[in-house]
Design a protein around this ligand. Structure first.
Ligand SMILES: C[S@@+](CC[C@H](N)C(=O)[O-])C[C@H]1O[C@@H](n2cnc3c(N)ncnc32)[C@H](O)[C@@H]1O
Length: 412
C-alpha cells in the first residue's frame, strides 16, 4: 500500500481532523493529500501504520473457524477467539465511539462486514459462521412480560416470548444460521432477575426451541484480574460434545492478582502514554486526582449512608487490594475504585490504561477515544482472560460437530 492509499484507509476510520491530530499536521493538509494535491513526507506512511491502523495485516488464508461478534463493544469477546485461530466475518455494534476503538484494534479483510443496529439486519444477511459471540445488553424487563402473557393464555413461542428484546435478535440469528456453537455473556443478575424466570426463558428458548445443548456458569474476573466482576457465561453446542465446566482452568481466587499488577509503575519504566502520564518518571497526571470538592462530597455521602446502616459509598483501594466492579459510569466520579495516595492526599481515579489492564487487555490495545468514552467502553466490556478460558474449552470441540447444519428453524 502506498502512502496515499494508507491515508485513504485511515480516512475510512477517522475524520480528517482526527487523522491530522494523530499525525501532527493541519486537517487541510490531510484533505490535500486525500485529493492528491500535495505529496506527504515519506515518514507519514509509518506514522499512519503506527498511530492509526491496527497492528499487523488483515488475516488471509484458511481460518480454523469463522465467527461473528454481536454487540461487539470494543471486541473483548472477539480477542481470545481470534487468538485461537478464528476469523471474524461479521461485527455488529452501533455506538460510533466503540466502533472507533474496535477499528483501531482489529484488522479485517474483505470477507468481513460491519453492521450497526442489529435489529435492522435481516438474519439471511449475516454470513455463515461456526461460532456466534454476543455480550448482549441486558433488557430482561421485556422478557419478564412472558409469564403474564402465559397467565392470560396467549399463544407463546420463541418469537412471542422474546420479541422486542435484543436476546430475540441473537436467537433469530441462531435459528437461521445454526452455528456449531455460541457464547453469550451477561451480568450475573440476569440469573436471578424476576425470580429466575427471565433466565429460564432464555435457556428454554436456546435449549428447547433452538435445540442446543446449553451450559451456564457464573465466573468471577477476580481469578485473573484484581477486580470482583461476576458474569454469566451461556455456552451452547448444536450437537452433543464432551463440554464440562470442570475442565475450566481457573487460577485459585485467593491467588488472584492485586492492584499493583495494573497500576502505573511511575518509575520511568513505562512508555509515556500521551495524556495519562507526565515527566521522565511517567507520573500519573494530576488530572486524575479528585478535586477537594468531589472528595469531600463522596466522604459526606458515604458517612450519611453509614449512619443509616447502608454500605454505599466509595471504594478506596491500595495496591494490595482487589477492586470493585468497574462500571460504565466510572467516568462520572470514579467512586467505585479510588486509588489511595496516602491519608493526607486526595485519591485518584484509575487512568483509562489502568482500566484496560483491569479488564485484562494487553498494553498494545489502542485507546483512540476520550477518557470519558474509554471509561464507558471498558466498564461495559468483558474480562478478556475469563473469555479466553471459556474459549479454550469450546474451540477444540468445534471439530466434533458436523459441518452440515441441521435445517434452519424458522422464527414463528
Ligand atoms: C455490554 S456491551 C458489550 C461489550 C463487549 N462485550 C466488549 O467486550 O466490549 C453491549 C454493546 O451492545 C451495543 N448495542 C446495544 N444495542 C445494540 C444494537 N441494537 N445493535 C448493535 N449494537 C448494540 C452497545 O453499544 C454496547 O457496546
Amino acid at each position: 500500500m502506498d502512502t496515499y492509499e494508507l491515508i485513504d484507509l485511515a480516512l475510512t476510520r477517522y475524520s480528517p481532523k482526527e487523522v491530522a491530530f494523530a499525525l501532527g499536521v493541519d486537517p487541510k493538509t490531510v484533505r490535500r493529500w486525500h485529493l492528491r494535491e500535495t505529496e506527504p513526507k515519506p515518514y507519514i506512511a509509518d506514522a499512519i501504520r503506527q498511530r492509526l491502523l491496527p497492528l499487523g495485516e488483515a488475516p488471509t488464508g484458511e481460518a480454523a473457524f469463522r465467527f461473528i461478534d454481536l454487540f461487539a463493544g470494543i471486541g473483548g469477546i472477539r480477542l481470545p477467539f481470534e487468538k485461537l485461530g478464528g476469523r471474524c466475518v461479521f461485527t455488529s455494534e452501533w455506538d460510533a465511539y466503540a466502533r472507533k476503538t474496535y477499528a483501531a484494534n482489529f484488522h479485517d479483510g474483505p470477507e468481513h462486514s460491519f453492521a450497526g443496529d442489529i435489529t435492522a439486519v435481516h438474519e439471511d444477511d449475516v454470513p455463515d459462521h461456526d461460532v456466534l459471540l454476543a455480550g448482549f445488553p441486558c433488557q430482561p424487563f421485556s422478557i419478564a412480560g412472558v409469564s403474564k402473557k402465559n397467565a392470560l393464555g396467549r399463544p407463546h413461542g420463541f418469537a412471542d416470548k422474546t420479541q422486542g428484546t435484543l436476546f430475540f435478535d441473537v436467537a433469530r440469528i441462531i435459528a437461521a444460521k445454526r452455528p456449531k456453537a455460541f457464547l453469550l455473556e451477561n451480568v450475573k443478575n440476569l440469573v436471578s432477575h424476576d425470580k429466575g424466570r427471565t433466565f429460564s426463558t432464555i435457556v428454554d428458548v436456546l435449549q428447547n426451541e433452538l435445540g442446543y445443548r446449553v451450559h451456564t456458569k457464573v465466573i468471577n474476573g477476580k481469578h485473573f484480574v484484581p477486580q470482583h466482576r461476576e458474569r454469566i457465561m451461556i455456552v451452547g453446542f448444536r450437537e452433543d460434545v464432551p463440554f464440562d465446566w470442570a475442565d475450566l482452568n481457573l487460577p485459585a481466587l485467593e491467588d488472584g492478582p492485586k492492584l499493583d499488577s495494573i497500576l502505573h509503575r511511575e518509575d520511568g519504566t513505562e512508555p509515556p502514554e500521551w495524556h495519562c502520564l507526565e515527566g521522565a518518571k511517567g507520573r500519573v497526571s494530576d488530572k486524575y486526582v479528585l478535586s477537594d470538592k468531589l472528595w469531600a462530597y463522596l466522604q459526606n455521602y458515604a458517612a450519611k449512608h453509614r449512619e443509616k446502616g447502608n454500605g454505599f459509598g466509595f471504594g478506596l483501594v491500595t495496591k494490595k487490594d482487589v477492586a470493585r466492579t468497574l462500571s460504565a459510569r466510572y467516568y462520572k466520579d470514579g467512586s467505585e475504585i479510588l486509588v489511595s495516595r496516602g491519608a493526607r492526599k486526595n485519591p485518584r481515579r484509575l487512568t483509562p490504561r489502568e482500566c484496560a489492564r483491569l479488564m485484562g487487555y494487553g498494553d498494545t490495545f489502542r485507546i483512540p477515544v476520550s477518557d470519558t468514552r474509554a471509561y464507558k467502553q471498558f466498564g461495559n466490556s468483558v474480562v478478556v482472560p475469563v473469555i479466553a478460558s471459556v474459549a479454550r474449552l469450546m474451540v477444540p470441540l468445534l471439530d466434533q460437530i458436523g459441518t452440515e447444519a441441521a435445517p434452519a428453524r424458522k422464527v414463528a
